[in-house]
Write a protein that binds this ligand. Structure first.
Ligand SMILES: [Zn+2]
Length: 516
């Protein structure tokens, strides 16, 4: 190795969304030139091609950060600082990580970063600009979409059932065949037909959702709630993605961010019918709550006070104007007259919320692919266990048969004793019990293979029947799907689990015990 050289790696990125980017080759050429002039020895190049500026989409960048722990280089060379990161916060975090390993970031086009006050100021200006650029780009895109919205034009994504979009003008038009399905749904609902009846009728017609799936309770609900059908154009309904990068469709943005234009869509459902449906939806919403009110505490043992970590337990009190009794969950520490600031939670509200979480998050038609993946992983594990079990049971059985044959042979040759007969008897009993175990294990093994169609119909069945379930069934459902419910002062956290999903929707009830 040459003396007096600083050891460096190169990080280069090319984003396809920015036409003004220097190509990777040009970036690399400039970096190598700079390195030669400044006694820097490059030992490796990390290059992310055609990725956007978001860090999690930069695998080479993350590898570089990770490799810095090996302390094999002391400098990261970039062409421009905005190649390193477009987000100031993100940039600061990664620079700190590198600097913890004694690694510095050097920019070829902004080469003043020597730690002087001027360079620190320059760095922050340069970085501030990158961030401005990024934010500005986003604003431009959003502005364009907003302008589209004000003209009631389609803004990307899938048009709702009943509508098509003219590819040139981006204007909505009605697709009669689909609109008739929407009209049927509204018509049945305002005539007091339940979800399952509506779903059955649609299935018998062979009707499908816009995604080509059969209708479920959620898709019907979504259609009944969609104001577009009565001619209101809506833009910006869904909330931004959450920390897990998942869009939460159940949360809407502030009203100020929603653009609503009456008469901005071709009308499929008249206002009277639409409003009638909304009234009914509101009325039906309370059914679950009042239904749960009469049941015992379904979440006992799963509810925890997030403030002090104690369990929360069911309790009843009388109150209100007409002195009626109501039930709630209360922190046990608080119940024992010790200090905890947590509030009590009304029983039926909490239980309905948790049940709705199960329905919305686990057993949703839209989730079915993810669900199947989870179940497959779970089954693979279970199958491996089960296959092993079958193998060892078979081996034991064969072993027993050999022993039995030997004894039978001895007896047929005239060799017999009470001890031998007793042993034969034991072996035969053991064999028949092993055979039983093997039979049930094999059956379980076959039963736990679920295909998509079965799972879908099981989910729909479960959704339709959930509010008809008995106390014990509801308790089992909660226990099987919910790991823990944590009560904070201003929100509730529900930790769901997937493991037992098969047993519950398979209707088998309870998990199966392993043969020992
Ligand atoms: Zn507490």
């Amino acid at each position: 190795m040459k003396q007096g050289y600083r050891i460096a790696v190169v990080y280069a990125r090319y984003s396809s969304d920015n036409q003004r980017d220097a190509s990777i080759d040009a970036q690399l050429r400039a970096i190598h030139d700079y390195a030669n002039k400044n006694n820097i020895l490059i030992i490796r190049e990390y290059i992310d091609r055609a990725k956007s500026g978001t860090t999690d989409q930069r695998p080479e960048f993350l590898e570089m950060i990770n490799d810095s722990k090996e302390k094999e280089f002391e400098v990261v060379l970039v062409h421009k600082l905005d190649r390193f990161s477009r987000d100031r916060y993100d940039s600061a975090i990664y620079k700190k990580k590198l600097s913890n390993q004694g690694v510095k970031v050097l920019s070829v086009l902004e080469p003043m970063l020597d730690g002087s006050p001027e360079s620190i100021m320059l760095e922050s200006i340069v970085e501030g600009y990158s961030q401005y650029y990024s934010a500005n780009l986003k604003r431009e895109v959003e502005k364009g979409m907003k302008e589209n919205a004000l003209k009631c034009l389609h803004n990307g994504g899938q048009a709702p059932l009943g509508y098509g979009v003219d590819p040139e003008t981006k204007k909505y038009y009605i697709i009669d065949e689909e609109a008739n399905i929407v009209r049927r749904i509204f018509d049945m609902y305002i005539n007091n037909k339940g979800y399952s009846e509506i779903i059955n009728s649609l299935n018998s017609l062979g009707a499908k959702t816009k995604k080509g799936q059969s209708f479920g309770k959620n898709s019907i609900y979504g259609i009944l709630k969609n104001e577009k059908y009565k001619g209101v154009y809506i833009f910006n309904r869904s909330a931004p993605k959450d920390a897990n990068n998942k869009r939460n469709h159940h949360k809407s943005k502030d009203d100020s961010e929603i653009i609503k234009i009456e008469g901005g869509m071709p009308v499929i459902i008249d206002a009277i019918t639409f409003d009638q449906a909304q009234e009914l939806l509101k009325k039906n919403k309370h059914r679950a709550g009042s239904y749960l009110a009469k049941k015992p505490y379904l979440l006992s043992g799963i509810v925890e006070c997030a403030l002090c970590g104690h369990a929360m337990t069911g309790s009843t009190a009388t109150g209100g104007r007409n002195k009626s009794s109501y039930s709630y969950y209360m922190c046990t520490k608080k119940m024992n007259k010790k200090k905890c600031k947590n509030k009590n939670v009304r029983k039926e509200y909490l239980e309905e919320f948790v049940l709705q979480m199960i329905l919305d998050n686990l057993l949703v038609e839209d989730n079915v692919d993810e669900l199947i993946e989870n179940i497959k992983t779970y089954q693979q594990k279970k199958h491996a266990d089960s296959d092993l079990e079958i193998e060892s049971l078979t081996a034991l059985l064969n072993d027993n048969k050999v022993k039995i044959n030997n004894i039978v042979d001895s007896i047929s040759q005239g060799i017999s004793s009470p001890a031998l007969l007793k042993k034969l008897n034991e072996l035969e009993n053991e064999t028949s019990s092993l055979e039983n175990k093997l039979r049930s294990e094999t059956q379980e093994n076959i039963k736990s293979k679920v295909d998509r169609k079965d799972l879908l119909s099981a989910i729909n069945q479960f959704r339709t029947n959930i509010f008809k379930s008995s106390e014990n069934e509801l308790k089992t459902i909660m226990r099987n799907f919910v790991e823990k419910v944590k009560i904070y002062i201003d929100h509730v956290e529900v930790v769901l689990k997937l493991d037992h999903i098969l047993c519950v929707i398979g209707g088998g009830g309870g998990s199966r015990t392993r043969v020992r």
